[in-house]
Design a protein around this ligand. Structure first.
Ligand SMILES: Nc1ncnc2c1ncn2[C@@H]1O[C@H](COP(=O)(O)OP(=O)(O)OP(=O)(O)O)[C@@H](O)[C@H]1O
Ligand SMILES: [Mg+2]
Length: 494
């Protein structure tokens, strides 16, 4: 999308003499807005910035007015990408007025440049207008609102606020959007939608996926994509992110990618299809470049996994293992409690590993398989990380294959799990097949491919134990705790 420039600036009240020309020199059109409704309309019409002069805070009525203005336009403007500048006449200010103004306009949930903030300007500065114009120029408003967007919702009654506003900006170049929910995710970014867009000539774009979430969370995923995916995961194996459409509001931001057509999540693929070839194509496709560039390192793995939030790093997180521990005690009496478990893992010596980038959340709904070729594609780079043990991703997938089952499906038997999770995990195992033969075949192949970069087989055992504990913590699962306990006890025995 080519984003049209936003050049209009609106000033509450009369524009001071000479300012319009100064703004013109910055290629901006400054004009007056008589009142707050006019400012609100200016935001809807795509103003780049609005300027609210703040003069006499000595007068409490004026403070109240200001708070009213702030409440009326702050969020409205931020969700439309319009910068709000409070221009303060410094000579009229006392120190505590400045403090009051800063408090009244600060919102820690919002990105600073998208929220009302005081722009403190000394009246006797030689170029106040030029400085304000420069401030407006430096602001990146993103696309403006498309007031003509028609929404069609499928499978959802409403689009959560500020979804419609942000979507209409993200797809400014289309007039009709059809939005339906996508399920599968379990993270904080709960609003994930399939979006089709048509323009006035009824031309339909190929479908998009839009995820709406808190500013910082979406920004992290976007940065991960730019820093760790775009240039390093081979092109056809991940959907592109369309940065210009990733618009920000006051507290929420959109992440816009392309929908992967003709593919199914590995979770569904594996129900009907033998997955060995797909697992191979996962290692030979999306993961290949990272793994090709692995480097030898020595790592204290428990420490490393605490850094990546797989193991608890805070005492409060440790308590989250209690439910799983108590449940596991019902399976077998003699079991390490959470702090003994962590102590045992932390007490293990450094392990020789190969380190490479990792997806960080490689479960079966973050891998898509193309139905005809069996090729694998990755999505969801929120937890992507730099140098990590090469077994980080394989061990995550290993545990997901054994435990992250579609709801309503019975678990693996304890006997099968006992066999699956006995050290060394990379040793040959007779895996009983039956109901889960495809999942077991996938685990077998994941381990075979993981072994290619493993220098010391204990690395895989420890990585899996850590991921089992992550699962125990997140889903209060006693069986994963039981399996982790077996591995950790065996590792510390030797
Ligand atoms: N590019 C895409 N093409 C097709 N479907 C997608 C795409 N991106 C996301 N989805 C669907 O939306 C779901 C949620 O997306 P995503 O995994 O990015 O969100 P999440 O909430 O972070 O999930 P998680 O539980 O993995 O943290 C996916 O499991 C998948 O079903
Ligand atoms: Mg996901």
């Amino acid at each position: 999308m080519r984003i049209p420039e936003r050049v209009v600036i609106r000033y509450l009240g009369s524009v001071p003499n000479g300012w319009t020309e100064v703004f013109q020199n910055h290629s901006l059109q400054l004009g007056a807005a008589p009142d707050v409704p006019a400012l609100i309309k200016a935001c809807d019409d795509g103003a780049r910035a609005i300027i609210v002069p703040f003069q006499n805070s000595q007068n409490s009525a004026s403070q109240r007015d200001f708070v009213k203005i702030n409440n009326a336009i702050g969020e409205h403007a931020a969700n439309r990408g319009t910068l709000v500048i409070v221009a303060v006449a410094n000579t009229a200010m006392l120190r505590n007025d400045l403090l009051w103004l800063t408090t009244a306009t600060t919102d820690t949930n919002a990105r600073e440049e998208n929220y009302v903030r005081p722009y403190i300007k000394e009246l006797d500065s030689p170029h106040p207008a030029a400085e304000l114009a420069e401030l407006c120029r430096r602001h990146h408003p993103g696309p403006q609102l498309n007031k003509n967007t028609a929404f069609k919702r499928k499978g959802m009654r409403t689009i959560p606020i500020p979804g419609e506003t942000l979507l209409s900006r993200a797809f400014l170049d289309y007039s009709k959007l059809t939005v339906s929910p996508l399920h599968g995710g379990r993270s904080i970014a709960k609003d994930v939608w399939h979006v089709t867009a048509r323009d006035g000539n009824r031309f339909a774009a190929t479908p998009f996926v839009v995820k709406m979430g808190p500013l910082e969370i979406v920004e992290t995923e976007l940065n991960n994509f730019e820093d760790m995916i775009m240039d390093s995961v081979p092109f056809p194996y991940r959907p592109p992110t369309i940065k210009d459409r990733c618009v920000s509001g006051k507290t929420q931001r959109l992440l816009v990618t392309k929908f992967i057509a003709d593919a199914v999540e590995l979770e569904d693929y594996i129900l009907k299809t033998e997955p060995t070839a797909a697992v191979n194509l996962l290692f030979d496709g999306p993961l290949s470049n990272w793994r090709k560039q692995s480097r030898p390192e020595r790592m204290q793995l428990a420490l490393e996994y605490a850094k990546h939030w797989v193991l608890p790093s805070l005492p409060a997180d440790l308590a989250n293992l209690n439910a799983a521990f108590l449940g596991a005690q019902r399976i077998v009496k003699d079991i390490l409690d959470p702090s003994a478990m962590l102590k045992a893992l932390n007490g293990l010596p450094k392990t020789r590993v190969r380190a490479c980038r990792a997806h960080g959340d490689l479960h079966l709904r973050n891998i898509f398989v193309r139905q005809f070729s069996g090729e694998a594609m990755l999505i969801d780079f929120a937890r992507c990380t730099g140098q990590a043990p090469s077994t980080f991703d394989p061990s995550t997938l290993d545990v997901a294959l054994a435990f992250d089952l579609p709801s309503g499906q019975p678990n693996f038997t304890l006997e099968a799990l006992g066999r699956l999770y006995s050290v060394p995990l990379l040793g040959t195992k007779h895996l009983v097949s039956g109901r889960y033969k495809h999942r077991l075949a996938a685990i077998k192949q994941v381990r075979k491919r993981a072994a290619e970069l493993v220098v010391d087989t204990r690395e895989y055992d420890i990585s899996v134990a850590c991921r089992l504990l992550w699962f125990s913590r997140k889903f209060k699962n006693p069986t994963t705790y039981f399996c982790a306990n077996r591995i950790v006890k065996d590792l510390t025995k030797k």
